[in-house]
Write a new protein. Sequence first.
Lengths: 341, 504
Amino acid sequence: MISIVRTYLTRLLPQLIALATIVAAVSIVFPGFLNLEIQNGRLYGSLIDILNRGAPVVLLAIGMTVVIATKGIDLSVGAVMAICGAVAASLITSGHSLGVTLLATLAVGVLCGVWNGILVAVLDIQPIIATLVLMVAGRGIAQLITEGAILTFNDAGLIFIGSGSFAGLPMPVVIWLLFGVLVALVVRRSALGMLIEAVGVNREASSLSGVLTPVLLIAAYVLSGLCAAIAGIIAAADIKGADANNAGLWLELDAILAVVVGGTSLLGGRFSIAASVLGAIIIQAINTGILLSGFPPEFNLIIKAAIIVFILVLQSPRFRTAFTFLSIPRAAGKPTEREAK
Amino acid sequence: MQTSDNILSASRIEKGFPGTRALDKVDFHLRRGEVHALLGENGAGKSTLIKCLTGAYRRDGGSILLDGAEVDPRDTFDAQRLGIGTVYQEVNLLPNLTVAENLFLGRQPRRFGMIDTKAMNRRARELLAEYELELDVTRDLASYSVAIQQVVAIARAVDLSGKVLILDEPTASLDAHEVAMLFRIVRRLKARGLGIVFITHFLEQVYEIADRITVLRNGQVVGTRDTAELTRRDLIAMMIGRELAAEIQSARPDAVEGEPRYSFRNYGRRGHVAPFDLDVRAGEVVGMAGLLGSGRTETAEILFGAHRADSGTAEIDGRPVNLSSPRAAIRRKFGFCPEDRKTAGIVGDLSVRENIVLALQARRGWTRPISRAEQNRLADHYIRALDIRTADREKPIKLLSGGNQQKAILARWLATEPELLILDEPTRGIDVGAHAEIVRLIETLREKGMSLIVISSELEELVAYSTRIVVLRDRAHVAELSGDRITAHQIVEAIAAANERGAS
């Protein structure tokens, strides 16, 4: 058990170091950064704000991690967010119940995932091209649904998802925490995780070993679509309206970045959902931190880029070898007798 | 020997890779004005030798004399400059540039520092005229056929180098007419005094164009002969069997009696392998022999459902079965170790443990995971049973040597407790120790009553463990040997007989 915890910590160490460094740096520049207070049974403070603001990217990163593990990529998630936000807004304004609205919206996300999955797994189109189709078309579809306007709504239930709170935490945080734990459990407690990694590393060898590769690939894109649907609902509920032009705009790039910062290789294979979630939080911490530190906004993107380069260096194989070499010399691996002969 | 006649003389070339000895003191002498065929099965060392000659690899030992002077090409550019040009099967030119640009890339005629397109096109036309080729040199290379692209590549290589021309499988994707055109050009270059090395798998073409033949096997030269004095039969024996005199007769398993468990009738797939009949009994090893490209791998892939059969029926114990996918075959307790271990066998980044449990897990489905304890038990069991040399079961499989990777793939299938195991070249590219262990394993599995189909280019090996041998040629099953007829000699006879029939 302890060894499992240690493996996890070693895997997440670069991300944890990066996050701690950023939080420490911001709290020096902006002393109120670490303050937390409870008002009306709900936690407030910059840290909670980061978790809350980061919700859409965290959710997208969960799905993106699994897709990237299969050696794919899903560029359409931002557009799917816009579609799902529009669907939710139009259903709720046309008088459907909250339950029907949510179920239908999630179903639309799943459908988008099935579409991407079929293009990739059955028609064998390169994932970057296959999902580019929906990335471009998706915003058009969302605009058709909202008829070009920002579709606002007043349904208290739907708004609660964006700005309500549960057990002291904002609803978006509760949702991504629960969903993230659920996905991680399903993937790791079943054999899905290993099969996904096998397909990502070597699709042909996996097929020849009897792995149902097309179904797994489609499932990965479906999960990504589902994540985008939840993110889309949260984003729409947050602003009490569906903005087809701006909802989820460029978030696919943040999600990919979160996965990369989380240390999952774009070449597929080994993945960690926890690390990607941390990656998304790191990105949001940088965003919020730069704003709070009072730097001129022009510097934001450049500072963000510099910090990300630093994190990527931290987890590069070369740096890691040097690092393990310094700290635990025997981890370099003593050849066993069998190997030595 | 008239060494003065040799334009290229490579002596005692050595090259090793981790775990294998790719070239072992190879001598290769190329005369001025000759076409010299370099033959051998996959992995024999042909391409390694070529890469050492052209500087793509640095040799570990030996010397290369070009025109009597010792040379040591550092890279392919260096070799080109010295006079050794190479044309590969897949043309390595730039399809999106014009014919003229391809011919003069990197050495375009200049005027006032600018590329003189007019002069370049004129010189390109002159150059191609020597090959009786009239092309619009301003058109993109991609607009011409592969054969024309080959000729352009040859023209560039000869113009650049001009002493030695190496043709690496130039005819693989050409039709008969195009081959004839290419050979006309090769003869012309030969008359100009170039030394030409010709690598191919087509024996007919060797007899048509080559003056001499050098055969490599397992990184060593088997011999160099004049084409006119070498029969096809002897050539095939040189390529795949050890010398016929050294034929071994070990305790071969007795023929198995009884009803076949697996029976395939008129089974085949267009463009892959012609319809064949095949029976396999329990406790039987059916060997598949034939030259490269004879349809052995295609047969295995169809049997396993990796490619769907488009004719015929398959029966297990008399009941018809559908083997339309690897999953369907695995459900019938089939297992398949593919020929290309790296691209179709191992899942490189995953651990030895995960690679071993993969097929079993895939068969159980994702909802019924094999517990970690059970995975560890399975992995440890097979690591011990097959003597897989690895630091521990969590090591990524790509870090293991070829032989140990092969054993891990075998373990993956053994873990599914298969009843029919199809092995495609299970001993290729692995060291001698692992080789012997895998051969022993095949014998043990047969004794336990498993049915096996084994493809191998090592005739002695096939002879040692097969109860029957199917001989393939030109994507068809042409002969079946059993009982006393299972000898390396008979296999070579069967391949050659078919070969001569086909050639006449």
